[in-house]
Design a binder for this molecule. Structure first.
Ligand SMILES: [Zn+2]
Ligand SMILES: [Zn+2]
Length: 67
Protein backbone atom coordinates (compact mmCIF):
# COMPACT_ATOMS: atom_id res chain seq x y z
CA UNK A 1 0.00 0.00 0.00
CA UNK A 2 1.78 3.09 -1.21
CA UNK A 3 0.09 5.60 1.03
CA UNK A 4 -3.07 7.46 0.32
CA UNK A 5 -3.38 8.68 -3.20
CA UNK A 6 -5.60 11.51 -2.20
CA UNK A 7 -5.49 15.09 -3.28
CA UNK A 8 -7.61 18.14 -2.76
CA UNK A 9 -9.49 19.94 -5.46
CA UNK A 10 -8.60 23.61 -5.59
CA UNK A 11 -12.09 24.55 -6.69
CA UNK A 12 -14.46 22.64 -4.44
CA UNK A 13 -11.85 21.96 -1.75
CA UNK A 14 -12.91 18.36 -1.43
CA UNK A 15 -10.65 15.40 -1.10
CA UNK A 16 -10.47 13.28 -4.20
CA UNK A 17 -8.45 10.29 -5.27
CA UNK A 18 -5.60 11.43 -7.44
CA UNK A 19 -6.98 9.61 -10.45
CA UNK A 20 -9.98 11.90 -10.32
CA UNK A 21 -7.85 14.99 -10.17
CA UNK A 22 -6.30 16.81 -13.02
CA UNK A 23 -3.89 19.65 -13.19
CA UNK A 24 -4.76 22.83 -15.00
CA UNK A 25 -2.35 23.33 -17.85
CA UNK A 26 -2.41 27.07 -17.39
CA UNK A 27 -2.24 27.90 -13.73
CA UNK A 28 -1.30 24.55 -12.28
CA UNK A 29 -4.28 24.31 -9.96
CA UNK A 30 -5.42 20.83 -9.15
CA UNK A 31 -9.08 20.26 -9.85
CA UNK A 32 -11.36 17.27 -9.76
CA UNK A 33 -13.03 16.12 -12.91
CA UNK A 34 -16.33 17.54 -11.78
CA UNK A 35 -14.95 21.01 -11.47
CA UNK A 36 -12.62 20.85 -14.41
CA UNK A 37 -13.42 22.44 -17.72
CA UNK A 38 -12.67 20.22 -20.66
CA UNK A 39 -11.66 22.06 -23.78
CA UNK A 40 -9.29 21.65 -26.67
CA UNK A 41 -8.57 18.09 -25.63
CA UNK A 42 -7.44 18.83 -22.13
CA UNK A 43 -8.63 19.88 -18.73
CA UNK A 44 -8.53 23.28 -17.17
CA UNK A 45 -9.55 24.54 -13.77
CA UNK A 46 -11.87 27.10 -15.29
CA UNK A 47 -13.20 28.48 -18.49
CA UNK A 48 -10.90 31.40 -18.12
CA UNK A 49 -7.87 29.18 -18.20
CA UNK A 50 -9.25 27.36 -21.20
CA UNK A 51 -9.64 30.65 -23.01
CA UNK A 52 -6.19 31.65 -21.98
CA UNK A 53 -4.87 28.47 -23.46
CA UNK A 54 -6.76 29.10 -26.64
CA UNK A 55 -5.18 32.48 -27.06
CA UNK A 56 -1.83 31.27 -25.98
CA UNK A 57 -1.71 28.02 -27.81
CA UNK A 58 1.46 27.03 -29.50
CA UNK A 59 3.69 28.82 -27.06
CA UNK A 60 4.92 25.78 -25.28
CA UNK A 61 3.87 22.19 -25.13
CA UNK A 62 6.04 19.48 -23.95
CA UNK A 63 4.80 17.67 -20.93
CA UNK A 64 2.93 14.83 -22.44
CA UNK A 65 2.68 12.76 -19.35
CA UNK A 66 -1.03 12.54 -18.96
CA UNK A 67 -2.06 9.11 -19.88
ZN1 LIG B 1 -13.73 19.93 -7.37
ZN1 LIG C 1 -6.30 27.14 -14.28
Amino acid sequence: MPGRNIGVCDVCAKERPTWALTKCHICGHVVCQKCATFAYGRYFCSKRCALFFFHDEGLDEDEGEET
